[in-house]
Design a protein around this ligand. Structure first.
Ligand code: ADP
Ligand code: MG
Length: 525
């Protein structure tokens, strides 16, 4: 490993301010945030000591492009590995080495742009962003500045309360990741691992359209879902495949945007929410105290639950951007874009609409099912040719509930879609009651097997034979004359009788038959 003097004092610079060319008419006024004119939602305001405040958030997401090799070299992008195992001469910036664009990374950026309903720019330019950092051997990062590959787009975000918002996307550009300085391996030395150096990133910049930490979390979650459906980024925040820079400002409702602070490199959705909350409150306290907000870059410390200043606007770097002379402008035609569009999978919004229409699901249930492609596929396999609502109910409540309890994902469910479909069939046919079905689910979960054969072998069939049910009902009525008397005046006691009958029949009595018989015998309407 290369060793360098201590460099722990260096902090990675923030992206410079830029005037993005999103392909729009340059003489047109800057596009306004779609939400600026919208009515303020009082529920989302933050109570200060003096006023209510509105928080305004815009995000820059760095998403690692799914591809086997790096943006400008053939070195592997595999996660892990020994330090400096995946480093080509280009990534190590040896003199005279030349970058060669990886076409798969270009295709992935275009696919992502299409998934964000964005303008695809047929011509884009790679620029050098110059700065020194020990893990950046080139002395500059190759990025896209004025002419990004993708321009304006949007993301539809469903919020937990059922409301939906549209978040504007300003741009998406391709850039290289840097290496990693390791300061904790030796008391006097820092080490550099260049495995990540040159890995392709997509920077996805949103408009300042978000108005609460909840909205921000839902936005990142939705963006990650789209990227995963597209297969353009694995969205694994623990491995650093998705990182967020969160821009936060506050204002009194109706006033112009306030000065923002940018919180760098937040690496979990929960921390994004926490960082916004503490940063908004910090700004509100300063403003209510008569102070003003300095535009600066901050870091979120999850342990202390606070943000700390990293550098102020005055310390912002001048990156001396200029077009990289080693790379020609990136150009492609509409036929190339069309071919990629034709290969895209059905995306979550379309799938959700289809689930609502074809299977009669509620928007909420459909939203839960499409959050992951694997869940949606599983549900569809269960629902095909069956009652969609019943299938959704079993997948969401029983299967997801059980998977969550054990911290397992849908990919390693012990109950296959075929098995769960079999259980749903047995309920639909009246062979088992819903209650027995839960026991059956448990058996299939832990022991496997064909649900129908299990029901057969273990005598779990529902008793629909009214004679047998009647005998149980009669016995309960005979044993509880006082309750029978009360039930005549208080019909809700019927539930107690139903419970007793189900107990007496080991949960196997057909509930509809039990209800009907009891009403008849107790004389309840
Ligand atoms: P820069 O290039 O200096 O980082 P941009 O205008 O490109 O500045 O904005 C970067 C991010 O900050 C974008 O995601 C944008 O939505 C967000 N942003 C801009 N102004 C504000 C504001 N007043 N409050 C919150 N976020 C903002
Ligand atoms: Mg920025």
């Amino acid at each position: 490993m290369a060793t360098l003097g201590p460099s722990a004092g260096l902090t990675r610079p923030a992206p410079a301010s830029y005037t993005p060319d999103t392909g729009a008419d340059p003489t047109a006024p800057a596009p306004k945030s779609k939400r600026m004119t919208e009515r303020v939602d009082p529920k989302k305001l933050i109570k200060g000591g003096l006023h209510d405040w509105e928080v305004v958030i815009g995000m820059e997401i760095h998403a690692q492009v799914t591809s086997r090799s790096k943006l400008f070299s053939g070195a592997s992008t595999a996660f892990g590995g020994e330090p400096n195992d995946h480093v080509s001469l280009v990534d190590a910036a040896m003199p005279g080495m030349l970058p060669v664009i990886n076409e798969e990374c270009v295709a992935q950026a275009v696919r992502t742009g299409l998934g964000l309903k964005a303008k695809i720019n047929h011509r884009s330019v790679f620029d050098r962003k110059n700065y020194f950092y020990p893990d950046l051997p080139q002395g500059y990062q190759i990025s896209q500045y004025k002419d990004p590959i993708v321009g304006e787009g949007e993301v539809l975000v469903d919020l937990p309360d059922g409301e939906s918002i549209t978040v504007g996307i300003e741009r998406l550009h391709l850039e290289q990741d840097a290496g990693k300085s390791l300061h904790d391996q030796d008391p006097t030395k820092s080490f550099v691992d260049l495995n990540r150096s040159g890995v392709a990133l997509m920077e996805i910049v949103s408009r300042p359209d978000l108005r609460s930490s909840e909205e921000a979390k839902a936005y990142v979650t939705k963006l990650r879902t789209i990227l995963r459906y597209l297969g353009t980024c694995d969205g694994d925040m623990e491995k650093g495949s998705l990182r967020a820079d969160v821009n936060v400002s506050v204002r009194k409702p109706g006033e112009p945007f306030g000065t923002r602070c940018e919180i760098k490199n937040v690496n979990s959705i929960r921390f994004i929410g926490q960082a916004i909350e503490v940063e908004a409150r910090r700004q509100i306290a300063i403003l209510e105290d008569g102070g003003r907000i300095d535009q600066e870059t901050r870091l979120f410390d999850p342990g202390k639950g606070e943000t700390r200043s990293m550098r102020s606007k005055e310390e912002a770097h001048d990156y001396r951007y200029f077009p990289d002379p080693d790379l020609l402008p990136l150009e492609f035609d509409q036929a190339y874009v069309d071919a990629l569009a034709a290969g895209l999978p059905e995306l979550p919004d379309a799938k959700k609409a289809r689930f609502i229409k074809d299977f009669g699901l509620s928007a909420y249930d459909a939203g839960v099912l499409v959050a992951e492609r694997a869940s949606a596929d599983y549900f569809e396999a269960v629902a095909r040719g069956r009652d969609g609502k019943a299938a959704a109910n079993w997948v969401i409540n029983e299967l997801f509930g059980r998977l969550n309890k054990e911290g397992r994902s849908i990919e390693d469910t012990p109950v296959s879609a075929e098995q769960l479909g079999g259980i749903v069939d047995l309920i639909g046919e009246g062979v088992i009651s819903g209650k027995i079905a839960k026991d059956l689910f448990e058996i299939v979960w832990s022991e496997g097997g064909d649900p129908r054969e299990i029901v057969e072998a273990r005598g779990m069939k529902q008793v629909t034979d009214t004679g047998a049910i009647e005998a149980a009902v009669d016995a309960i009525i005979a044993a509880n004359p006082d309750k029978v008397e009360q039930a005549k005046a208080k019909p809700t006691l019927l539930g107690w009788f139903v419970g007793q009958t189900m107990k007496a029949t080991g949960g196997k009595a057909n509930p509809a038959a039990v209800n009907a018989l009891l009403k008849d015998k107790l004389g309840i309407e």
